[in-house]
Design a binder for this molecule. Structure first.
Ligand code: F0G
Length: 463
């Protein structure tokens, strides 16, 4: 039976901006900035920023009841799976929210994928069911709302495709110009098509994602421009709500493990922040272990993690000072083809705090795991399937026990990269033409004569 808790204090629910600051995460700096200051990194030490709010007046049980009651409401801000949790967001109640009713994504049971990974059960949190088909929407609703509050006219991002599609859609809703920088020829056609359709100004750059990201940081100095990459702490605020939604789906009892793909490393940072906030509100009694999975050819954090002392802790002072970048990242999971992820510190801090792991998986492992998720009738894009491939390895290594409760966060929809899917099933998928990927779960179309007999005979053979 839910504890009713104390009534919400009016000022806490309605006016939050005065209670929050942007703060540098570097332990020897900790500089703070107001919420209306347009900063993306600490101007004193270049460190990453996070948003910290004073939540001393909040009562967890009261909040939980309030959030649950909102499921019966028809108000736009209650229908959004992000703004439903607005007491924990750095916006006042009258903020002009830009929403596409993001969030509210399903949590699926996946028995075939569970068996494949060696678990007795596995849950898939499908963030690909967001309005533009990826988890980016939960962050973009917050970042574009902040852009409107700051009076920005142009919002920009560097992207491997999904951030761009999401920004393009939310900017269109808000009537802002979206300018997106993409590494030429390295984006799935479906994602690029979305950005074109939503009316973004698309600029293809000769170079990779990391080159685009460097340019974004330069462009961010221009006062007419607002940066919507996950370096922007408001993006992280929106994305952290996935932790709240997931916990609500779990009846506020933490799963043992949550596993996410790692690219620019904003998502793992955001989920970790969300879980920590729920723990602080006493809405759960322990943190799930958060593990991050990268593709082998684009895995700088996995490499760094492998070199850490086994006694390493999340104490910032003990974190490595730098993370060697992968100069020429390679993977067919183009969403996470990133060699110099900007949020590595925040992500590593969370993994160490929760006693998770950072590992990498091969192209073959990603491809087969992706097909397995498909066999559960769920489907996802290649980057998302690193989770299932990674869980299989973590079970084999003993980090995850077979009976533990495990959630894989699927970050993108299966239709985000149809060329990859088709190539896998037709046997033409290859990162390296010398070493094609031989799909363990290949399922190519079969040509048959146009007769009932031929069709039935052919179906019989495939049983
Ligand atoms: N999965 C998908 C489908 C993604 O699009 C991304 C990142 C990730 C995982 C990794 O998340 O960067 O927070 O660690 N895509 C970005 C983009 C880089 O531009 O769309 P992360």
């Amino acid at each position: 039976m839910a504890d009713k808790g104390a009534p919400l204090a009016e000022d806490v629910t309605e006016q939050r901006v005065g209670r929050c600051v942007q703060r540098c995460i570097m332990p020897d700096c900790g500089a703070t900035y107001g919420l209306r200051e347009r900063v993306y990194v600490c101007s004193r030490c270049d460190g990453p920023l996070e948003i910290i709010c004073n939540t001393a007046n909040l009562n967890g049980a009261t909040l939980r009841n309030e959030w649950e009651a909102r499921s019966a409401s028809r108000e736009p801000r209650d229908l959004s799976g992000v703004w439903r949790y607005r007491e924990l967001l750095p916006f006042d109640a009258d903020a002009p929210i830009v929403t596409l009713f993001e969030g509210n994504t399903p949590l699926y049971d996946a028995p075939r994928s569970a068996k494949y990974t060696g678990l007795s059960s596995l849950r898939l949190k499908h963030q690909g069911c967001n309005p533009t088909g990826s988890f980016k929407d939960t962050g973009m609703t917050a970042a574009v709302t902040q852009a409107v509050l700051l009076g920005a006219r142009t919002v920009v991002c560097a992207s491997t495709g999904n951030t761009a599609a999401s920004l393009a859609a939310y900017a269109a809703r808000a009537g802002l110009q979206a300018a997106i920088l993409l590494p030429q020829g390295q984006i799935s056609a479906a994602k690029l098509a979305q950005s074109m359709d939503y009316g973004a100004a698309i600029r293809e750059i000769e170079g990779n994602f990391d080159d685009c990201m460097r340019l974004i940081q330069e462009l961010g100095d221009d006062p007419s421009i607002y940066v919507a990459n996950s370096i922007n702490p408001f993006r992280i605020e929106g994305q952290k709500t996935v932790a709240f939604e997931l916990m609500a789906q779990f009846g506020w009892k933490a799963p043992d493990h949550v596993v996410v793909p790692g690219g620019n490393l904003g998502n793992s940072s955001a989920l970790g922040k969300g879980f920590e906030e729920i723990l602080a509100l006493k809405l759960m009694d322990r943190l799930p272990k958060l593990s991050v999975i990268q593709a082998e050819g684009s895995g700088p954090l996995a490499t760094l993690f492998g070199l850490l002392d086994s006694g390493a802790t999340n104490d910032g002072a003990l974190l490595p000072a730098a993370m060697p970048a992968v100069d020429h990242p390679r993977t067919l999971a183009t969403a996470i083809k990133i060699g110099a992820p900007v949020s590595w510190r925040k992500s590593l801090r969370v993994v160490l705090k929760t006693h998770g792991q950072v590992i990498s998986v091969t192209e073959q492992e990603i491809a087969d795991a992706k097909a397995m998720v498909g066999r559960d009738g769920v489907g996802c894009e290649p980057a998302s399937a690193t989770t299932v491939a990674g869980i299989r390895k973590l079970v084999a290594a003993g980090h995850i026990r077979p009976e533990e409760s495990v959630v894989a966060v699927l970050t993108g929809h299966v239709l985000k990269d149809p060329d990859y899917v088709s190539n896998y099933h037709r046997g033409t998928l290859a990162l390296d033409s010398a070493a094609p990927i031989v799909g363990a779960f290949r399922n190519a179309p079969v040509r048959v004569s146009a007769t009932k007999k031929a069709i039935l005979g052919s179906l019989e053979r495939q049983k």
